[in-house]
Structure formats: C-alpha cells, structure tokens
Design a protein around this ligand. Structure first.
Ligand SMILES: *[C@@H]1O[C@H](CO)[C@@H](O)[C@H](O)[C@H]1NC(C)=O
Ligand SMILES: *[C@@H]1O[C@H](CO)[C@@H](O)[C@H](O)[C@H]1NC(C)=O
Ligand SMILES: *[C@@H]1O[C@H](CO)[C@@H](O)[C@H](O)[C@H]1NC(C)=O
Ligand SMILES: *[C@@H]1O[C@H](CO)[C@@H](O)[C@H](O)[C@H]1NC(C)=O
Ligand SMILES: *[C@@H]1O[C@H](CO)[C@@H](O)[C@H](O)[C@H]1NC(C)=O
Length: 428
C-alpha cells in the first residue's frame, strides 16, 4: 500500500490544533523574537566600531591627516575624519545622509558648532571627537532624534552649558572624560531617557559648587562620580564627593548664634542637608532677613506660627524659597503650611513647586501643597478593627454580667423562700 499523503485540509487542521494547544509557547516565542529584533536594531550602531576598530589611535601618522580628509566605512555608513573635513563635498549627498557613526580625530578648530558641523548627517547615532584643540560648543545641540551617544576625549573642552545636550532626544550616553572641564553651573539638563554621564579625568575646580552630585536624583546619572578628583589649589587630589560631603551644611544654628550673620541679609542654602529651621524661631535673623533660599534640603516640617510671626514683622523679607524638600503631608501641618504659602505668596515665590510626601505610603505618594484640600490630608482614621484583646474583654464582661445576675437570682430566692444556693449547703 502506498504511504498515505496527508491532504492539505488535514495539514491545516492539525496545524490549527497545534497552534491552539501550544498557544502560550507560541506567544512566548513571538515576543522573544520581537524583543530580539528590537535589541538588534537598537544595538546595531555599536557593531560598526567592532568592524573597523573605530578609534583615533595614531591618527597623526595617517596620510589623509595632512589633507584633513574623511573616509567612509561599511554599508550603513561610518565616517572617520582625520584632521578636518576638507573632502566632504566629494562624498555623494545621499551617502552622507545615511551616515550613522561619525568620528572626528584631531578636529582642527577651537570650537565645534553642532548646528552647522553636524548638518550634513541627519541620521547620526554616534559622535566621537578625539584629540582636538576644541574648547567649547558655540551653540547647544539642536533638536536631534537619532543621536544616542556622544564621546569627547583628549580635547581642550573646558566648558559645557546646562542646556548643551537637552534637545538631543534619543541621547543615552555622554562621555566627557579626559578633557579640560573646570566647572559646571549645576546639573546638566538631559533628555528624558538619558542613562550615563562620565565626567572623571578633568581638572575640576572643587571650590565651585558640585553639591548636586550628592542629591540622588541628580547625581546618580554621573556614573563615575566616585572617581572624580579635584584639581584646584584648595582641594587638589581629593575626591570630589568627599569634598562636597564636607561642604554640605546640615545645621543652620550659626544663623542664629553667630553675630557675623546678623547683617548678612541674603542667604542661599540650596542643596544642603538642613533638616530643621526650628532654631531660627524668635531669633533676630529670622525677623530681618531679605532672602532665604532652602531649596533641595531635607526639611519635613517647619514651625508655621513662628514663620508667620517672623514674616509678619519682617518688612524686608523679599524671597523665601522652600521647594525641593520632603515636606510631610499631614493634616495640621500641611493645612497651616498651605495657608502661609498663600498668605505670603509674594515672598514664597516657588510655592507652586512645593510638594509634600505622604508618610507610610508605598509607592511614594506626593502632592502639590497648594492644590491640597482638607479632605486630602485630613481623612478620618480607619475603622478600628476588632483585636483578640477586645474579644477577651467582651467575654470577661459577659461573665461578670452572668455572675451578677446569678447573685441577684440567689438573693431573690433567699429573701422570698429562704432557700440558699446549693453551693452554700456543700460548704463545710
Ligand atoms: C583628500 O581628498 C581629496 C578630495 O577628495 C583627494 O583629492 C585627496 O587625494 C585626499 N587625500 C588623501 C590623503 O586621501
Ligand atoms: C590644549 O591647549 C594647550 C594650551 O592651552 C595646548 O598646549 C594643548 O596642545 C592643547 N591640547 C590639545 C589636545 O590640542
Ligand atoms: C569614549 O572614548 C574613550 C577613548 O576612546 C573610551 O576609552 C571610552 O570607553 C569611550 N566611552 C564610551 C562610553 O564608549
Ligand atoms: C576655582 O574657583 C574659585 C571660585 O570661583 C576661583 O576663585 C579659583 O580661581 C578657581 N580656581 C581655578 C584653578 O580655576
Ligand atoms: C518650578 O519648577 C520648574 C521645573 O523644575 C521650573 O522650571 C520653574 O522655574 C519652577 N518655578 C518656580 C516658580 O520656581
């Protein structure tokens, strides 16, 4: 008998059965494939480095360095330029548009203009600049959607603005090690999905303020912050984190006790570790200050009445900044705090950014103090639950009642019929 050839119908039906039987497995395989393909597309740009050993090692010896020429590598477009970009016009435009990895070895100018110098590469994903006299970016990077990594090393870059990388929307990694950076004006503003910033091996001036490195949300993005060493005269060769820890103020008492501060009317104490300002209460300074900035500290509560009195008496008070503190959302405190913020809204000018945190809430719940209502923070206590001890109390109360009624019963019978309870007869 010839072997039976399965008909098309039976093939289809058995496949359908298999599909149904192994639905979860198939779904899993499907998702795994999706994830894998996503990873591949995401990681693709890294592969170019591996293919071509994309570094600037020995770039000066290359013959094109003298001419300042670029060379293209690979199908998807990697471009390496030695000493300049003088032959760019010779590269066909549609090939330029596809370039993803750009490496400039020995960028010849003192400045880099991200707007004009990158204009030719709309699809750029990775930018490397190594060995250059370049000192600054003349403009911030423009709106860019593909650039994911920027690596600038061995240049004379000495200054970066807070907004330099802000509009590079896909940016994940910025490596600025081995340059000449001295100071930053504060944490860099970085796009939403940013992951890693490297800042070590620059001649940082720790006399400047880098306390934001200690604030977990802002500092953690600098992945090598433990390795940053100071190079200024005062803190030379010390770790920046150690220095900033040392500089951070936790106690505000000197404002009250030290006569030197009597006539200092403006005090900025942002990003310290101040937990309380209760000590200022009733002191001279609290009633005579003009500006007090306590943003980014550890304040949870403050003496609301004292503040009210102080601000009432202090006609010079002009600015009091209190946002960025872990204020507590509790009924009495928060409601009074809110009143004060509204009453002195001319002075507490960052009030709209003041948030409070609910204690014992997980996940952490925050609310804007100005928009809180009494119902939000003053909820009645939860219904008390019945605990075992309460049950025992109820049982005992019941037993007491029982004994009392038995007593009353015995007494009644004894009075009316002269009968004594059985237990009395048995007593010796
Ligand atoms: C640099 O580019 C120019 C123009 O494309 C070319 O004529 C010259 O030979 C190149 N020089 C080197 C060293 O590749
Ligand atoms: C940086 O500038 C100094 C002089 O200020 C110079 O000697 C040095 O060669 C420059 N570095 C680079 C990588 O060009
Ligand atoms: C940036 O370039 C330097 C020097 O080539 C290299 O050591 C470093 O690993 C690069 N950084 C990243 C994040 O790839
Ligand atoms: C470091 O910063 C301080 C304060 O701004 C300044 O006085 C000092 O000259 C700077 N030192 C260096 C080496 O830049
Ligand atoms: C509130 O916070 C936002 C975002 O951090 C900031 O841009 C704005 O200037 C702050 N407003 C005030 C009044 O401080």
């Amino acid at each position: 008998m010839p072997p039976k050839v399965p008909s098309a119908m039976s093939w289809i039906s058995s496949s359908v059965v298999i599909c149904f039987r192994f639905r979860p497995l198939l779904l899993f395989v499907f998702f795994a494939l999706c994830v894998a393909s996503l990873r591949v597309t995401n990681m693709e740009y890294i592969s170019h480095y591996n293919q071509h050993n994309f570094t600037c090692e020995g770039w000066k010896r290359a013959p094109e360095a003298a001419a300042g020429n670029c060379t293209r590598y690979g199908r998807n477009g990697a471009l390496r330029c030695y000493g300049g970009i003088s032959n760019l016009p010779a590269i066909p435009e549609q090939k330029m548009h596809r370039l993803e990895d750009i490496i400039f070895c020995g960028w010849p100018k003192h400045t880099f203009n991200p707007i004009t110098d990158l204009q030719a590469f709309p699809k750029i994903r990775s930018l490397i600049i190594e060995y250059s006299e370049m000192r600054e970016f003349v403009f911030d990077f423009p709106e860019m959607f593909y650039l994911q990594s920027i690596n600038i090393s061995w240049t004379n870059l000495s200054q970066v603005n807070a907004r330099t990388f802000k509009r590079v929307h896909a940016l994940r990694i910025v490596d600025l090690r081995w340059n000449k950076l001295v100071q930053l004006d504060g944490p860099l503003l970085l796009p939403r999905y940013f992951e890693e910033l490297y800042l070590a091996d620059n001649p940082w001036n720790c006399t400047r303020n880098f306390k934001w490195l200690l604030v977990p949300e802002k500092g953690a993005i600098v992945v090598d912050r433990d390795e940053i060493i100071c190079m200024d005269k005062k803190y030379r060769d010390r770790h920046m984190l150690t220095v900033m820890n040392f500089k951070v103020i936790t106690d505000i008492l000197p404002l009250r006790n030290n006569p030197y501060y009597r006539h200092v009317v403006d005090i900025h104490l942002d990003n310290n570790r101040i937990e309380t300002i209760d000590v200022l209460e009733g002191g001279f300074w609290f009633e005579h200050f003009r500006l007090l900035s306590l943003r980014g500290n550890r304040l949870q509560k403050l003496p609301v009445y004292a503040l009210d009195n102080a601000l009432d008496d202090n006609l010079d008070a002009n600015l009091l900044l209190l946002s960025g503190n872990p204020w507590q959302c509790t009924c009495i405190f928060t409601m009074r705090f809110r009143e004060i913020l509204m009453k002195y809204n001319e002075i507490t000018r960052d009030a709209i950014n003041i948030t409070c945190t609910y204690k014992n809430s997980s996940p952490v719940r925050r609310a804007n103090v100005l928009s809180l209502t009494r119902e939000d923070v003053c909820k009645p206590e939860e219904e008390p639950k019945i605990y075992p001890l309460d049950m025992l109390n109820a049982v005992l109360a019941f037993l007491i009642l029982l004994i009392l009624s038995k007593l009353a019963y015995d007494y009644y019978y004894y009075k009316n019929f002269g009968r004594v309870p059985w237990i009395v007869m048995k007593l010796p």
